[in-house]
Design a protein around this ligand. Structure first.
Ligand code: ZN
Ligand code: ZN
Length: 272
């Protein structure tokens, strides 16, 4: 028992005497990208805070000469017996130093470190996907006591898009087509994620909700573009269009066009 205690004390003394350089911690941030930015690649300016040595006190934690007084919690020994093992452990009040600083640096409040607003320009490669992580070497928190800095990790998060939905490597989109185009077939245009117009063929007899798959036009070259057709219903048809639609209804033997429900129908509905 005594031997272990001595051993621990010797380690502790060693730690107190020579503060070792400590590598700065890594910083992990979420990087929000639009679908276009991720697809085409871009350059992003990242703004964040990182801990650096306090420029006011040079990481000492005090300005000028150190004014200190023995720590009342550990009586200046820097360690206290606590916990179930009854071994001396670093004093939490003075952080094992054994003294309290009476003239802490006003800029860093004695911590020796300050948060610095930092910016870094990051190149986003085209085709980057949700959850991928970009590493910026040396842009994490600054190291302590001359230690090397940590790294900055940026985890990609894709923002929802107004037209396209990314499903794995595929892109899904909806296209409104007119009733005549759905029936007779033909061509229509859609916008791609690149912003280009793409002419597509609509099969005669295209049903509302049916899909068309264009290989290689997805979020990546391995992905597909999946177009779901919806049939457009004119909300305020002009007089001419109304006439044509009435003609069409006659042709299709649609007898209920524009007729209100009869009294008998309503009664039936009420009783059922
Ligand atoms: Zn103490
Ligand atoms: Zn300071």
């Amino acid at each position: 028992m005594e031997y272990i205690q001595e051993f621990l004390e010797s380690i502790w003394q060693g730690m107190r005497r020579a503060p070792k350089p400590k590598r700065g911690q890594d910083i992990r941030l979420r990087l929000e990208l639009s679908l276009e930015e991720a697809y085409l690649g871009t350059e992003k300016l990242i703004e964040y805070e990182r801990w650096i040595d306090c420029p006011q006190c040079g990481a000492k934690g005090y300005v000028g000469d150190l004014v200190k007084e023995p720590c009342p919690a550990c009586e200046g020994t820097g360690r206290r017996v606590s916990g179930i093992f009854s071994f001396p452990r670093p004093c939490s009040v003075c952080k094992g130093r054994g003294y309290i600083v009476k003239n802490p640096c006003p800029v860093c409040a004695g911590r020796g470190r300050v948060a610095k607003h930092s910016t870094v320009k990051v190149n986003i490669p085209p085709g980057i996907d949700e959850g991928e992580v970009l590493k910026v070497i040396g842009m994490g928190h600054q190291g302590e006591k001359g230690g090397e800095p940590g790294d900055l990790y940026l985890r990609v998060s894709l923002k929802p898009h107004s037209i396209f939905k990314k499903v794995g490597k595929d892109l899904h989109t909806e296209k409104l087509i007119s009733f005549p185009l759905a029936v007779l077939g033909g061509t229509t245009k859609i916008k791609t994620l690149k912003g280009e117009e793409l002419e597509i063929f609509v099969q005669p007899g295209t049903e509302c909700g049916s899909t068309k798959t264009i290989p290689g036009m997805g979020f990546s070259p391995e992905g597909n573009l999946v177009i779901t057709f919806r049939i457009e219903v004119p909300k305020n048809p002009s007089g001419k269009l109304k006439k044509l639609l009435t003609e069409l209804a006659k042709e299709l033997k649609e007898e209920g066009v524009e007729k209100p429900p009869t009294l008998l129908d309503n009664l039936k509905k009420l009783l059922s």
